[in-house]
Ligand binder design. Structure first.
Ligand code: SAH
Ligand code: SF4
Length: 344
């Protein structure tokens, strides 16, 4: 039977050092490996020149440096988004999207294969839950981007899945990605997006985890929200907002309310008024996302005129508001469009 190798990307610095010791390798090998992989972007052992052939052989036998079984990359027509559909060892998929800005790249990462939350406007919800991703599988999304010459400075947990339902692995990955010996990303450049789990925020407070948060509102009216987002049943928005406010008071970090506009559903003056009230209560910025349509989703986006009119109403209320322009809609890489790999 072949021995099950440990993935290099699952290990934080201490775990890697322990493994090197257990393999009777010098301890400095761990630092050399971290330097090759995360600073020099080299994952091929045989190219790591300062590691002897003998030690390379020991490492090759015990540690797995591979990223994904297969990756299909699609580039959007405007070349500002690259969607990577990555095949995992057990046949599941994850998808991550490089969003290209002028001077930096953001990676939209997945935290789960599929998603159990079942928001009615989201394709990942239609796919349903397949399994959790490990910290290493989250880290590998970033390593893969570097390997295709797309260096990443910002990370948003806005791909497939609900990050607060996989908090332990998500925060292990964040600790790794921000470690000085790994990519040394700034915590200020990492945003976790949630559909609103009270226990998730309580976990952050208990474990003193400080991140930028984005909250997917759907509707700020509890009755409407429950129809769109079943998470509302056990995590009423009124209670969630209180917990979120407590977190904000403790940490004073950026908070964004993501609002997906659904034509004729959550776009009335009343809807926008309750949204603005929520934003003011939480001292948050509003990010309007016009629905990215899909044949499996029973809603339509609002017109561009309506989108701008809503933005103007919010601005008039002295509330910070931006519009998230679609990137990669043509390759189903935009918000709420991930999960296509499962529908093929
Ligand atoms: N599960 C987390 C992270 C995913 S982020 C969350 O829900 O926050 C995905 C973002 O895209 C969320 O803000 C979600 O509300 C939004 N979204 C989902 N489906 C969408 C769609 N079809 N069009 C536009 N935005 C969508
Ligand atoms: Fe899951 Fe977020 Fe999609 Fe809702 S919007 S189904 S929480 S990925």
């Amino acid at each position: 039977m072949t021995k099950q190798k440990k993935s290099f990307f699952e290990m934080n610095v201490d775990e890697l050092k322990e493994v090197c010791t257990s393999l009777e390798l010098p301890r400095y090998i761990a630092d050399q490996l971290l330097d090759w992989v995360y600073k020099k972007h080299q994952i091929k052992l045989e190219k790591m020149k300062n590691i002897s052939k003998k030690n390379q052989a020991v490492l090759a036998e015990n540690i797995d440096f591979s990223l994904f079984k297969n990756v299909q990359s699609d580039v959007s027509s405007e070349e500002n988004a690259i969607k990577n559909s990555c095949l995992l060892d057990d046949g599941n998929f994850l998808e991550c999207v490089v969003l290209k800005e002028k001077n930096y790249n953001t990676l939209c990462v997945s935290s789960q294969c599929g998603c159990p939350v079942d928001c009615k406007f989201c394709l990942t919800g239609v796919v349903g839950f397949k399994r959790q991703l490990s910290a290493g599988e989250i880290v590998r999304q970033v390593v893969y981007s570097f390997s295709i010459n797309q260096p990443i400075t910002n990370i948003v947990f806005m791909g497939m899945g609900e990050p607060l339902l996989n908090a332990k692995q998500v925060f292990k990955a964040i600790d790794m990605l921000t470690h000085p010996k790994l990519y040394d990303l700034s915590k200020r450049n990492i945003t976790v997006s949630t559909s609103g789990f009270i226990q998730g925020i309580e976990y952050l407070m208990k474990n003193d985890r400080v991140v930028n948060l984005a909250f997917s509102v759907g509707s700020a009216d509890p009755i409407k929200r429950e129809r769109l987002m079943p998470v509302e049943k056990r995590n009423p928005i009124v209670k969630f907002a209180k917990v979120l406010k407590q977190y904000q008071l403790q940490h004073n970090r950026k908070l964004t309310l993501e609002y997906t506009l659904l034509d004729g559903v959550n776009d009335t003056d009343y809807d926008i008024k309750v949204l603005v009230n929520l934003a003011k209560y939480l001292n948050a910025k509003i990010n309007l996302i016009n629905l990215n349509p899909h044949k499996k989703i029973p809603f339509k986006p609002v017109s561009i005129d309506k989108l701008h009119a809503i933005q103007a109403i919010i601005k008039k209320q002295k509330c910070a508001v931006t519009i998230r322009y679609k990137k990669g809609q043509d390759i189903t890489a935009a918000c709420g469009q991930l999960g296509e790999s499962y529908l093929k």
